[in-house]
Design a protein around this ligand. Structure first.
Ligand SMILES: [Zn+2]
Length: 414
């Protein structure tokens, strides 16, 4: 990259700065797996926006180097990032050339594919050699499934058509022979039909595309567009479509989004901290003395912990017993002092579980303001399979999930 910047006549100062920034960006590829953190040490990371650019610079550098050492460098050589298409004479020593290429860097290995039946796929085009001329066709891998958004999917119409739009665009943009182009259009229509779209819909797409292309050929003038005043709409079929029409008439560009995504139902793929991301009964000990606090929360215990710490940091007294303790004594408490005593998923169980946790600890050491009524029968019944009734007249601090049980906890055996 440095060589490339020097060739582009960038000042030394700027080069140093850019190198620094690039290194920073390329090393920030930290990921979590199985509760452990990893950092990529070699190569570029998938998904890093800098990766394709870095790969391109690297390949450019490699090409320059190869041209210097290999006098037989192919005359026809096209490259897209790391995919290369080359035309070589029949007596060209491919294996020898490949060996030289692979000798340059231990971690970079190239392979090659030779034309088969006078055909060779490159990127998404299939190149065919026919009567000393090249013909192009759309290439799809044998594993391609033709799976796109079905017509009856709960999605904005424009999003459903996006895949077909791009296929039509590609078909028009590539120099396909008329026969191949017609075959590709038929293919797109067939795929669309299978997903529940009408042939008419695709025909309209094609027609629009061709007329747009013609307009481009005739004039370089752009159609007058109002300023980018966009409006975001949540997608509700029919209503949204009508609203979109109204907005367009008023020079507003509607953008529809869909909030009901499978992703939001499935939740995060990130590793969760097995302990602090759970709800239930937690214990916070003090590093400065032997006092401790027992609390309950229906959210993550780490979230609740942070709330306690917030009160201490901003000297807010009377809102959290643990916060008050830190303010009064100056003792240190960190995340390491937080432990999950008992994971509880059912909210109704929280007060009882909290009472039990308090009971298990020495009352003298507890920082809790109230210890809650504790019935020994209650503990007994928890080990059995009886139902526990908690009176409804509970009173909670605003903004706190620490519940004070006012009435006695009554238990009934069935
Ligand atoms: Zn303390």
């Amino acid at each position: 990259m440095k060589d490339w910047l020097q060739k582009e006549k960038v000042s030394q100062e700027r080069i140093a700065e850019l190198m620094n920034l690039t290194e920073l960006c390329m090393k920030q590829t930290i990921f979590q797996y199985g509760g452990k953190f990893y950092q990529q040490t070699g190569g570029t990371a998938m998904g890093n926006p800098l990766s394709p650019f870095m790969a391109d610079i690297f390949m450019g550098h490699l090409e320059t180097k190869l041209k210097e050492i290999e006098k037989d460098f192919p005359k026809i050589w096209f490259r897209y990032v790391d995919d290369i298409l080359s035309i070589v004479p029949e007596d060209f020593n491919i294996n020898g050339f490949l060996e030289t290429m692979n000798k340059q860097y231990a971690t970079i290995k190239f392979t090659y594919e030779y034309e088969n039946n006078q055909q060779l796929p490159f990127l998404d085009i299939l190149i065919t050699r026919k009567d000393n001329k090249l013909e192009y066709d759309i290439y799809r891998k044998p594993t391609h499934t033709n799976n796109y958004i079905p017509a009856d999917s709960y999605q904005p119409w424009s999003q459903k058509l996006a895949a077909f739009n791009s296929m039509v665009h590609r078909c028009c943009a590539l120099p396909l022979s008329p026969g191949n182009r017609k075959r590709e259009f038929d293919h797109i229509k067939r795929v669309a039909n299978n997903l529940g779209y009408k042939t008419r819909t695709i025909d309209t797409l094609i027609k629009n595309h061709i007329s747009k292309q013609r307009l481009k050929e005739i004039t370089t003038f752009q159609r007058d567009k109002p300023d980018n005043r966009r409006i975001k709409l949540t997608h509700y079929p029919v209503i949204t479509n009508k609203l979109c029409q109204i907005f367009r008439k008023n020079d507003l560009e509607p953008v529809t989004t869909n909030q009901h995504k499978l992703k939001t139902l499935l939740g995060s793929l990130k590793d969760k901290d097995p302990k602090t991301d759970q709800s239930g009964i937690y214990k916070i000990t003090c590093s400065g003395c032997d006092k401790l606090y027992i609390g309950q929360t229906k959210r993550n215990i780490i979230t609740r912990y942070k709330e306690h710490m917030h009160k201490a940091r901003y000297n807010i007294e009377g809102k959290s017993a643990i916060g008050d303790h830190i303010i009064a004594t100056g003792h240190t408490i960190t995340e390491l002092n937080l432990t999950l005593e008992k994971p509880v998923a059912r909210i109704s169980e929280l007060p009882i579980r909290e009472a039990i946790a308090m009971h298990k600890n020495n009352r003298e050491k507890l920082l809790n303001d109230d210890l809650g009524p504790l019935d020994i029968d209650l503990l007994k019944c928890l080990h059995g399979t009886s139902h526990i009734h908690i009176p409804r007249n509970r009173h909670t601090h605003p903004g706190s999930d620490h519940t004070q049980v006012l009435g006695p906890i009554t238990t009934q055996r069935n």
